[in-house]
Ligand binder design. Structure first.
Ligand code: FAD
Length: 157
């Protein structure tokens, strides 16, 4: 099967946008990701998928913990910063929970310990056990067909 066709098909799934953060040797590392899902209520588990070439892979293996920051529609630049899409870097404000960096003003920051991980092809799936949650009001940043967007609530009949 053609890679482009696979990518196009996956791009048809509209998602929110997250930035995964972690810290090693007192240095913060962040990475934009939309491969995120909720997994279990008891215990509270979530899942992220990290590419084999991403620096984030070794960082999470070392720290054994991470934060999933769900971005608002005011944070498109933050997403671009942590995807390496900006020509000039911007300053990002962090707050802290359980010695982990949270991106300020995210809709939610989900603080996790690594519960388990599984290599799946060229990605590694990390399941995180949720240790803390920080919530803020706002509307989500979305990603669809390779483009950022917003969200409009509408009743479908
Ligand atoms: P780098 O490429 O070195 O870092 C990423 C960027 O973050 C760099 O510009 C760096 O300067 C910046 N940065 C890192 N730490 C800090 C800091 N402390 N302060 C300020 N800036 C910092 N890849 C996946 O593996 N899984 C996904 O689910 C996924 N989803 C994506 C969804 C979207 C919408 C986009 C746009 C990209 C997605 N990617 C995903 C691709 C991924 O974001 C990029 O490949 C990213 O560059 C990989 O990051 P890295 O860990 O290799 O680190």
């Amino acid at each position: 099967m053609d890679d482009r066709m696979f990518r196009n098909a996956m791009g048809m799934f509209a998602t929110g946008v997250t930035v995964i953060t972690t810290t090693t040797d007192n240095e913060v590392h962040g990475m934009t990701a939309n491969a995120f899902m909720s997994v279990s209520l008891t215990p509270k588990l979530v899942l992220i998928s990290i590419g084999e070439k991403a620096k984030m892979l070794s960082k999470i293996k070392e720290s054994n913990k991470f934060v999933v920051n769900l971005l608002s529609d005011q944070q498109k630049e933050v997403s671009m910063q942590f995807a390496g899409q900006l020509k000039e870097n911007i300053d990002v404000d962090f707050s802290w929970s359980n010695d982990l960096p949270l991106i300020k003003d995210s809709l939610a920051s989900i603080v996790c310990d690594v519960y388990s991980y599984q290599v799946a092809g060229d990605h590694t799936l990390f399941i995180g056990e949720v240790k803390d949650l920080v919530l803020n009001d706002g509307e989500p940043l979305t990603f669809y067909k390779g483009k950022y967007g917003g969200y409009a609530a509408e009743t479908l009949v």
